[in-house]
Design a protein around this ligand. Sequence first.
Ligand code: NAD
Length: 326
Amino acid sequence: MSVLVSGGAGYIGSVTAEMLLGAGRRVVVVDNLTRGHRSAVPEGAAFVEADVRDSARLEAILGEHGVECVMHFSASSLVGESMTDPGEYFGNNVVGVIRLLEAMHTQGVRDFIFSSTAATYGEPPEVPIPEDAPVRPTNPYGESKATAERILRWYETIHGFRFAALRYFNAAGASRDHGEDHDPETHLIPLALSAAAGERESLAIFGRDYPTPDGTCVRDYIHVQDLADAHILALGKLGETKENAFNLGNGEGYSVLEVLSAVERVTGKQVPAVDAPRRPGDPARLVASSARAKKILGWRPKRVTLDEIVRDAWAWKQRFPEGYGD
Ligand SMILES: NC(=O)c1ccc[n+]([C@@H]2O[C@H](COP(=O)([O-])OP(=O)(O)OC[C@H]3O[C@@H](n4cnc5c(N)ncnc54)[C@H](O)[C@@H]3O)[C@@H](O)[C@H]2O)c1
């Protein structure tokens, strides 16, 4: 089976492409390289530099590579940026998904795995968050993903698409060869590792007065290879279940201070940190209930402790101190 991985030069897409190849699939990566890295595309995958909004190009790629399934990772995904440039988020994440789905429809490709997000829930009324919690995003990024999910339901009803929307919590960790190299980097673990390595002066802790045990925000960190496993399982289950949305998280929440302690334990170095005000729209706790993914997909995260996750991210950073170097 040939899988088109959009955004496969990015963080989660490159790790998933690597694991798809390991599982014996053929992979074609499509990425416009705005945020990704050519050298992140795993050896063995075909690569086409293209934008998913270019339907004609996508149609040709789907046909030429005999694609049977699309895993759609490419997106604009910075919450803060989405609050200043909503047009970019609706343009890339909503128009982009429609163009891609139309190209698939023309080519008769109907299987789709979508990178969705915990940001679709906004401020959840209950934690751990189940999939049937209200979808009430609090920023254009979350809104764009929630809209894409609704669009997908119509392609399922009208055109017979089969899809899974995987709502990731905080992706973290690395495989041996593929890790997180974002510019700008906004994620806590790579920022803390970079502070521990002395590459940045300090790390900002945004708020210490949340209603959590130590006052800092609590998030659910999930190893990127466990996310990749879930994609492969979801692909195998398409069409077997009426459920389309699956949370992917550890079910364990860790506070900012707990993450910093883990980084200090793993690296043996101090993380210089400074206090900063709360960021608007940051919920106190975001933790997934992944019961549905476990029950229906048979998913079992394998790298669950914070120390394991941080250790893999640190190992990758030590192997690639300049990241992908481009
Ligand atoms: N990283 C997380 O913790 C997290 C959490 C929840 C959801 N997600 C979602 O998972 C997906 C992957 O996240 P990531 O952290 O790997 O992001 P990333 O930025 O590392 O990768 C995205 C890739 O998509 C490419 N891209 C963007 N727009 C494109 C377009 N129009 N055409 C072609 N390529 C395009 C970029 O160049 C980049 O290589 C995103 O959809 C993101 O919203 C990520």
